[in-house]
Design a protein around this ligand. Structure first.
Ligand SMILES: [Ca+2]
Length: 202
């Protein structure tokens, strides 16, 4: 009949088991530190932002007139270029002075067209109308002439791909219906061409 294991014998047996377990764990550690490894890198991951860059030709005085009489018209050409690397859309606004309080800018009628071959009285029947016999410009604040400079696509906004341009033809007319009170009236208009990216900007 087997003898019951005494308490000291149980302790020795437990120490032996712990020693054996640690020994096995030690063997495992030695084995994992000997694994072969390798790594590679991929460098030169570069990022460059695009540009929105609008310019006009001319940069000032697209049209000017003195000594106007009712029925007269003047013409001016503006080439609009997207010199950036991103596609863009642009809008045109206009503000006008009113120092003599006669509001000549509201009496003058401006028409803007694209696709006109020769920007003069003979050529003006060609092309597409972008702004039709409206005021020369806003008196108190700038008014929209072509499109809308507000963020996003609005009716009339002009799209231009990167590196492309288009030529607009402006006609400003003093109507034959202009009253006598407009004699010697004068105004100066400022046109603003405002561009925004079209990418991610519906
Ligand atoms: Ca817009």
């Amino acid at each position: 009949m087997a003898r019951a294991t005494s308490t000291p014998e149980r302790r020795r047996l437990a120490r032996t088991l712990i020693t054996l377990t640690l020994g096995i764990a030690g063997v495992g550690l030695v084995a994992s530190s000997a694994l072969f490894t390798d790594s590679v890198t991929i460098g030169s991951n570069s990022f460059t932002n695009g540009t929105v860059n609008i310019s006009t030709d001319p940069t000032t005085t697209a049209f000017t007139a003195s000594n106007l009489a009712p029925g007269d018209s003047v013409y001016g050409t503006v080439k609009v270029t997207n010199g950036g690397t991103l596609p863009m859309r642009y809008a045109i606004t206009s503000s006008a002075t009113n120092a003599d309080t006669k509001a000549l800018a509201s009496q003058l009628q401006m028409t803007v067209k694209s696709g006109v071959g020769t920007c003069d009285a003979a050529g003006f029947s060609a092309g597409s109308t972008l702004y039709n016999a409206g005021a020369l410009g806003g008196l108190a604040s700038a008014m929209n002439i072509v499109g809308d400079p507000a963020t996003g696509a609005q009716t009339g906004d002009r799209a231009l791909a990167a590196g492309t341009n288009e030529t607009l033809c402006f006609r400003v007319t003093l109507p034959t219906s202009t009253p006598n009170t407009y004699q010697a009236a004068t105004t100066t208009a400022t046109l603003t061409f405002a561009a925004e990216q079209t990418t991610n900007n519906p």
